[in-house]
Write a protein that binds this ligand. Sequence first.
Ligand SMILES: [Zn+2]
Length: 479
Amino acid sequence: MGKKNKQFVEKITAMEDDFAQWYTDVVKQAELVDYGQVRGTMIIKPYGFAIWENIRDELDRQIKETGHSNVAFPLFIPESLLQKEKDHVVGFAPEVAWVTHGGDEELAERIAVRPTSEVLFCDYYSKNIHSYRDLPMLYNQWANVVRWEKTTRPFLRSSEFHWQEGHTAHATDADAAAETDKMLGVYVDLVENYLAIPVIKGRKTDKEKFAGAKYTLTIESLMHDGKALQSATSHHFGSGFAEAFDITYLDENGESQFAHQTSWGLSTRIMGALIMVHGDNRGLVIPPRIAPTQAMIVPIAQHKEGVLDKAYGLRDQLKNLVRVDIDASDKMPGWKFNEYEMKGIPVRIEMGPKDIEKEQVVLVRRDTGEKEFVALSDLETRLPALLEEIQSNLYNKALEHRNEKTSTAKNMDEFKQNLEEKGGFIKAMWCGDLACEEQIKEETTATSRCIPFEQEEVADTCVCCGKEAKELVIWAKAY
Ligand SMILES: [Zn+2]
């Protein structure tokens, strides 16, 4: 059994040795994805999709609870429609996949496979919004989109990915701003309280904002290797798209007004964050609130009389309380331990003849590896409590890691030194000038992640040019 364990773990590269390879190994070994036939596409396998479904279901619940309706818009966008909003088309043009033929026949107009669906919603809104009574229009869709990426990695950057995109239209700029804030709040709740990933909330600089938006709000999280990942964004469009698409309504005085819009999205990229924030050298670590299986029962010496009966009995006893499963296959317990550690299942429940005799089970935590003996009579209270402990421990560990890897810089020398020695988030003042933002990227490859809502004054002057500082920016190398 010892040998088997060893071989199994050796399938994953240690994250200290090669983080990128570790990621690829985990994604493969934990059976999350396989590669598709077209470069950059991925097959999300049952276990990967089960995790995504739990994320999706919770987010969908909150989207509906905040008054939005789900819809399904087409996969295709005519080229002329995509070109209606100038900034938008320039932003997405390099990544668009085009359909040029239907069967053998060349199409009169090229058709884009949606890279995002703003223009489709705008076109619809222009035809369906007439009066202030039609507003707000609060739509969301769960969809796949295509962006022809040059370099791809499962979940992080794939040519096709799954997401939700919310698209809303409002009477006033203030209403749209409130919506943009509200949906960022929904993402914060999902990512912090369900995925156990602490986030920094802020606004993107103009350089990093969504193509065509007035401004973009973002939540940024920090991966184990010290690189940042944009976890979700919420965009305020102002009336820019409405003017391009002629989305107008008659207000209460009968005067024509432009609508004000938002869009907001969270994608399967968040699966990459989940892996890279919580995972370790034994594989995935899935927070209990989104784990497809929260506890896995592994019977010990299951060939002995009564063990399997008891183990199934335990499963039935717990199944309405937690998401529990049992592995009664004839594989060795050591193989099963490794397998479910690799899959990041929060708790393993061991039960063998001795435990049955003592009317107890052994609970083993995935996050710390700690074991505890729990009397069967206490299990129904202890197990859910343990799952909550694991949930908060994962969040706290991630927050501690982020704090360790967050530093401040007053000048470029400090900036470069911090980035090289620690990586992570760097807090530094900025004058607001695009030239400085570009120079920082050029010299360090770090980008501005956001202008955080929680502002501090770590210096008086811009980290780059030394002129008067306007605001604090969080910088990092990013996925
Ligand atoms: Zn500057």
